[in-house]
Design a protein around this ligand. Sequence first.
Ligand code: ATP
Length: 247
Amino acid sequence: MTALLEVRDVHKAYGAIRAVDGVSFSVTAGEILGVIGPNGSGKTTLFNSILGQVKPSAGQVYFEGADVTGMGALPLSRRGIGRTFQSLQVFGRLSVRDNLIAAGQEFSGSAAGRLFARPDAGLGGRAEEIIALFRIGHVAHLPAGSLSYGQQKLVDIAMAFMASPRLVLLDEPCAGVNPALIDELTELLLRLNREHGGTFVVIEHNMDFVMRLCTRVICMAQGKVLAEGPPEAVQSNRAVLEAYLGV
Ligand code: ATP
């Protein structure tokens, strides 16, 4: 099967720091790939390199077989890659619904063949579909800034789905989120995956979340892939235990 995303020997150096040091992996449609690793191991720099937010020093990124290396987040969102950041990107004074519409305006472009929402629904219609999908109708009229941090994170993720992406990169979605909302987020992502064919790459330190959600995991250390495989195998890998899990 052709890979949806292929990362081929990507490097990113900051002076003497090899933040990403020859990383290769691929993601096929329907997978949920977890990216774990100690602080500073290069996970966010890897995301930034995939999305062209930093220019890789070497290597290539392919999306649906096309070389998209260094293309930039907005053109990539139009091609079907969405992303969320560690920090919230919501507009606090706008309602949840208007945040979704604003995100849709930013992303608007061809949505042909996309998942998650009908491309012909118009921005308002698409926002309603995403609100229903994320089950956030009860807060859709409220200013996003009035919601709890965890709820705002859910809205943030929902905004990435306004582009009807075929692949979403999520950077630490559980950080600062309470356990009940983490459960809700896990169920949501599993539902999007199983019922809507959603494909995700998720950076996360919360191992319970990773173990429940991911079909495959890579562990990074010092810019390299230390281990890759099924979640249980990576979690019990000796090198991973030593480098990351502190055993
Ligand atoms: P965390 O889990 O803490 O988010 P991470 O695995 O995402 O960490 P990165 O943020 O990608 O790690 O950082 C990898 C390395 O690159 C670190 O040593 C970091 O200090 C360095 N680095 C990242 N961005 C820059 C930059 N803009 N300039 C210089 N060094 C950087």
